[in-house]
Design a protein around this ligand. Structure first.
Ligand SMILES: [Zn+2]
Length: 52
């Protein structure tokens, strides 16, 4: 499971994302990208991106 995170260079500790897309950690689908968050249209999972 942890291997997938490396592919997208997503660091949960800093919220930094190194890839335009995002894979849902719950269902594995490609998530929709918004200006401040990622949203999964399949299961509704949302990841908020905190900007500094
Ligand atoms: Zn999902």
């Amino acid at each position: 499971m942890a291997e997938r995170h490396k592919l997208y260079s997503f660091d949960y500790s800093t919220g930094k994302i190194g890839f335009l897309g995002r894979i849902c950690p719950k269902c594995g689908k490609v998530m929709a990208t918004h200006h401040d968050r990622f949203n999964c249209g399949y299961c509704g999972y949302t990841i908020f991106v905190k900007k500094r």
